[in-house]
Design a protein around this ligand. Structure first.
Ligand code: ADE
Length: 424
């Protein structure tokens, strides 16, 4: 129940019953996190810990924070993107569970950072981040809070890149576990999660038929791979653009056409950026695109498509459907941008399905527990998720799916560890 002392800023507490139902719906697909929550409830690993979490406020995230709360954590949650919040989930966390939540779908930039500041006012001993905006604000504006922070976790590729840069510049002041680097995170969340939810966002926003369309995927990391294969599965002709020769080669051998964005721009019907870099679709490709082209981004930040330049090329910009803006250019062409160039999978759909977030958030939960159990032992740098936790999560997921696998015999195990045996 919401308490008088509880601080929060959410859209509407009356949305709580809807949030309660959808959080429970997601929980059905999150058996690994459910088991961890039950153990946490018994062992209370987070008693005495204050967590400030900056994550997409979805029904899946709600299940994560409830697992941490069951483990004794005193937790405050804010949004890691202005457009990704489920207002119903946020309301349910406040009303049903007494949590402090600062997140309103569609909040402006000033509110977004005010909410991060409110989460930091909690004086965290642990942080959880998705994109590193909270950690950056803590290091830039609230250094007074740093001495009592024992560690943090980071969910996404972009955040890990940012935090590594902080560590390399000698700025990072406490250890961070890069959840993104666990195999049970990026193999599944980035590939199958982004792959499916990005198409989901494009389809919900536009209702376009993908079959027969030329679908350009900018970036062939784990997200790009998942997206390309799913777009092909829906009958699109996929073109991949890349800057990394190995990844480009992989895309070629996976059967895609690979070319520079300048050439792809002339052919594409739908463009999606998943690179983690800025201005991937810049003025030259924007000038070359066919009228009617659809542009979306599924990378963490909203700077992969140069919307400022596009705005300058437009004589008029108007909303044509929810999440679709038409840029009517002075040369007569019309380009359509989805979800203001922000994460289309979260802004126009509901983000990754719960079944993959189950593993991502199992990693988050176990990584936080690891930080508490190793208080004072870690340095201020970016660490991987311990391999033993990664393997355990895969094992639990398989068990939950009812899938059994073989184990090595003693003879096979010894063989793999030895060197004497060769050609027979
Ligand atoms: N990132 C991508 N999808 C997500 C989801 N469903 N919940 C939280 N974070 C996400």
């Amino acid at each position: 129940m919401a308490t008088v002392a509880q601080r929060y800023d959410v859209r509407d507490l009356k949305l709580a019953p809807e949030g309660t139902r959808t959080i429970a719906w997601a929980a059905h697909e999150m058996p690994v996190l459910g088991q961890i929550r039950d153990r946490f409830a018994a062992e209370q690993p987070f008693r005495g810990q204050r967590i400030s979490a900056c994550l997409h406020v979805t029904t899946e995230t709600a299940n994560l924070v409830l697992a941490l709360q069951a483990g004794g954590a005193d937790l405050v949650l804010c949004a890691s993107n202005p457009l990704s919040t489920s207002d119903a989930a946020a309301a349910a966390l406040v009303v049903d569970h007494g949590l402090s939540v600062f997140a309103i779908r569609g909040e402006d930039s000033e509110t977004y950072y005010r909410h991060i500041a409110a989460a930091l006012d909690h004086r965290p001993t642990l942080t959880m981040d998705d994109g590193a905006d909270l950690v950056a604000a803590l290091h830039k504006e609230r250094q007074d809070l740093l001495p009592t922070v024992l560690g943090g976790t980071e969910e996404t590729t972009t955040g890990v890149v940012r935090l590594r840069s902080m560590a390399e510049h000698g700025v990072l002041r406490y250890p961070i576990i890069a959840v993104n680097e666990a195999q049970t995170k990026h193999f599944f969340d980035n590939r199958y999660g982004t792959g499916q939810s990005t198409l989901d966002g494009i389809i919900r926003a536009t209702n376009v038929l993908l079959a027969g369309k030329v679908f350009v995927v900018c970036g062939y990391g784990w997200c790009g791979r998942g997206l390309a294969s799913r777009a092909r599965g829906m009958g699109a002709q996929v073109i991949v653009t890349e800057v990394d020769a190995v990844k480009a080669l992989e895309a070629v051998m996976d059967g895609y056409r690979v070319m520079p964005i300048a050439e792809a721009a002339k052919e594409g019907d739908i463009f999606v950026t998943v690179t983690g870099d800025i201005n991937v679709i810049d003025e030259a490709p924007l000038q070359a695109m066919k009228s009617g082209a659809i542009l979306a981004n599924s990378g963490h930040f909203n700077d992969e498509i140069n919307l400022q330049v596009l705005d300058g090329m437009a004589q008029d910009v108007r909303s044509v459907r929810g999440s679709v803006e038409e840029y009517h250019l002075r040369d007569g062409r019309r380009l359509f941008v989805l979800a203001e160039g922000r994460l289309v999978n979260l802004a126009a759909a509901e983000g990754h399905p719960a079944a993959v977030m189950d593993m991502s958030f199992a990693n988050q939960a176990l990584a936080l527990e690891h930080l508490v159990r190793h208080t004072g032992e870690l340095e201020p740098r970016v660490y991987p998720v311990p391999e033993v936790l990664d393997r355990e999560i895969a094992r639990l997921k398989l068990t939950a799916m009812g899938i059994r696998i073989d184990t090595l015999t003693a003879e096979q195990d010894a063989y793999l560890k030895g060197w004497e045996s060769g050609t027979r």
